[in-house]
Every structure is written in C-alpha cells, then in structure tokens.
Design a protein around this ligand. Structure first.
Ligand SMILES: [Zn+2]
Length: 429
C-alpha cells in the first residue's frame, strides 16, 4: 500500500518535472529533435545501405560524402582529410565551426564498419522497433545522433557563436599505420577543444538503465609464429610434435594461465600446415597441408585488451614464457604490438557523465550510469582522452556489434539525440 502510494507520487512528480527542468529554449530543442526523428532514421538507412568496411575505401568516402552534406547544410566548414596512399585508408571527414562562447567541443564518430564488401551480413533489415545491419549501432547510429542533435540546436537558434569540431574517422575498426599520421587530425582537434564526446554504441545495463563510458580498455595485437620439423605423420610422437600441436599447447596455456580481471586476449585467425601464406592487411591467408605430413608452420593473429600498462606488461611476460617452453622438435616466437591506448576513468570523465545524466533526467529520460571500464574495448576516444576530459558510449543502443546479429533499438536514437542536444546546449552557454 505504502509502496503503491509512493510509486504513484513518484510518477505524478515526474511528469511536470519534465517541463519545469527544461528552459524554453531547451524545450524547443527537444521538440525539434522529435520533429526531425523520422528524417534521421531515413539518413541512417541511407548510410547503412552503403557498405563501408574499412578496406572498402569508395564506400567509406561515399558515407563521408553523405554526412558531409549534412554538416555543410548546418553551416560547418567541412573537409576530407586524405591519408598517404601507402597507408591504404580512405581518410577522415572533418567538420568545424568557430565561436567564442562556452566550452569548445570535439564530437567523435567513425564512417567505417567491420563488415567488408564481401560480407554476407545484410545491410539493413528492419523488424518493428529494431533494425539489424552493418554498423547500425557501431556506429552509424551514433553519427546520425550527432547530426540530428546539431540540427535541432540550429533550429532552436542555439548553434550561434559555439565552437564545435566533428571528426568522423574512416578507419576506426582497423586504424592505419603509423597511428601518429592516422590519428593526427583527431589529436589536433582535441588540442583545440576543451572536452570530447564520442558516440560509439551503448546498451542498457542489467537494471534497464541507459549507460555511457568513462573508461575503455586499450587495444593491442600479437602474432604467434610456430615452427616444427616436417616429416611423415607416422613419426609424430617420435620425430617432433609438429607446429600445430605446439600452437594448440601454447594457446590452451594462454587460456588457462594468463587471464585476470579486465584483461582479455583472443586468437582471431590461425593458419597451419606445410605452406602458409598470409595477407595480414586483408586479415586473410591460406594454408596447405596433408594429413600424412607433420606440419612445419603455424601463424596465429590475436588481440589483447587491458586497462593499464602494468596489466599489459604482466600478460605479455606470461605469454612470452609460455611460448618459450616448446614441445620436442618445435620452436615459437611471439610479437606484440600496441594499437590504441587505454582511456582511464578519470574524475573529469565522471563529471561529464554526471552532466549527461542530469540532461537525461531533466528531459524525463532517466539516469545514465557508467559501464564498467573492463567491459569496453578500445575506441578512437582513447587517443584524445589523455589530453581532454572525455565521455563515450553516447550513441545508439544495440546488441551484437561486430557480429552478424548487430542490431539497433530504434527508439534509442531519439533518446540519445535529446540528451546529446541538451548537453551540447548547456556546455556551450
Ligand atoms: Zn565503433
């Protein structure tokens, strides 16, 4: 009884609070977001129907051109930043406007997806309030949220005199090398900004609350190369174990001995036999081997994600030691490569989350809570997080990113756009 009464009171208090906690301009911003929502979904569909796997440069450019028109229409200065040809990456879209008031914002998105041109995954397949497709939540949904939020601000007259820089990278899923060039535009923009907001996909937590990201793990990679003595298969336990048994031993020991909280490592590609050819830049390769021949080579490509450098060094030392204890007639080497730095969960990032959550509460959309940093992999925001306060996971809600089941909760676009627009408005006063 008491509970019911309280719930009733809470419910009746929430309704008028919505209008009371938003200024007239903020209410106009929310109204504009809602009025433009169908248009935003159409833009998302158009962008998702263009395959933009990182290596499909024409596709990445086409998605960039589509979004560039939107920023042009909003009065931003736009340009396409080309990467040197040797890097084999499409480049980035940059849109900027300069003003004198409030905080200077950097908004981060990406144009590419993990689904290359030959991917069997459907481009766009809508079922009621959900849509499955290539990059719907990672992260074309987030890109559209940025555009729709800015559009609503413009319509409410709230964009004037603000400083906003937008960088949509064309190679977030597989950043070009060297990173100093691949991420120069992003880092330059961060140096001229006070804080960064990134729009990677989000999800609801177990309590049904929307979330955002104040910390992310790094991304790094490793390559394990195993050699064995080639011979007749009938001699396998006398003449040396061959490269495939040794690779299996090493990988299994990694799984059993190296794990710790917030650390993951996963072999993503393995090739083994007597002839192994690799095309690492295409994440492809081929192998030849006969069942009556002891295989002499294996190569494994894997990733590793960590929250800080001490954890990285501990894991690498254990993996190197495991790879050095070889079975008879085999040898192995392992190489490690850093890719994205970790984004540490700082006080400044927590403060941005609090502001984002407040905007959401004021709009009647509920509190936003932090995702445990150990659950998030790397993102472009990590390159700017060492320089300025940053918040990520402000994009669309969905499941199964990077898998054929990647999907998006369509109503989350409007929710995130409202919060984003209100937050940008408040930060730029
Ligand atoms: Zn992404």
């Amino acid at each position: 009884m008491k509970k019911t009464l309280l719930a009733l009171l809470a419910a009746t208090c929430l309704q008028p609070a919505f209008a009371a906690d938003l200024s007239p301009t903020e209410q106009a911003i929310v109204a504009a977001v809602k009025a433009n929502n169908a248009q935003g979904l159409a833009l998302l569909e158009k962008s998702v129907n263009i395959n933009s796997g990182t290596m499909n440069h024409a596709g990445v450019r086409a998605v960039g051109a589509l979004f560039r028109q939107e920023f042009d229409a909003l009065g931003f200065q736009t340009r396409w930043s080309e990467m040197p040809a040797a890097m084999q990456r499409a480049g980035h879209l940059i849109a900027e406007r300069e003003g004198k008031q409030g905080k200077r914002l950097l908004l981060i998105g990406h144009l590419d997806t993990v689904f290359e041109k030959d991917s069997p995954v459907q481009l766009w397949e809508r079922h009621g309030d959900r849509v499955r497709g290539q990059g719907v939540s990672d992260m074309k949904g987030g890109d559209v949220i940025i555009i729709q939020a800015l559009k609503a601000l413009k319509q409410a007259g709230a964009l004037d005199n603000t400083t906003i820089r937008v960088v949509f990278t064309g190679d977030e899923e597989d950043a070009g090398s060297p990173k100093e060039i691949a991420r120069k535009d992003l880092i330059d923009a961060a140096r001229r900004s006070d804080l960064a907001l990134a729009f990677e996909g989000t999800s609801r937590n177990a309590d049904g609350k929307d979330t955002a990201t104040i910390g992310r793990r790094s991304s790094s990679s490793w390559v394990l190369e195993v050699k064995g003595k080639q011979g007749h298969s009938s001699a396998i336990f006398r003449g040396g174990y061959g490269a495939i048994y040794e690779a299996a031993r090493i990988l299994d020991a990694f799984r059993r001995e190296v794990p710790e909280p917030d650390l993951t490592f996963s072999p993503g590609l393995i090739l083994g036999g007597t002839e192994v050819t690799e095309q690492p830049e295409l994440a492809k390769g081929s192998a030849f081997g006969k069942t009556n021949v002891i295989p002499n080579s294996v190569v494994v490509h894997g990733d590793m994600r960590y929250l800080d450098y001490a954890q990285r060094d501990r894991a690498r030392a254990k993996m190197s030691a495991i790879a050095a204890q070889n079975l008879a007639g085999t040898s192995a080497t392992i190489r490690f490569h850093d890719s994205y730095p970790p984004m540490s969960p700082t006080e400044g990032n927590r403060k941005l989350l609090a502001q984002y959550s407040q905007a959401s509460i004021d709009a009647g959309l509920g509190e936003i809570v932090a995702v445990p940093p150990g659950l998030r992999g790397a993102g472009d925001v990590a390159f700017v997080a060492p320089l300025i306060d940053s918040l990520d996971g402000m994009g669309a809600a969905g499941n199964g990113a990077h898998s054929p089941n990647e999907d998006l909760d369509i109503p989350s676009i409007e929710r995130s756009t409202i919060r984003t627009a209100l937050m940008i408005y408040r930060l730029t006063r």
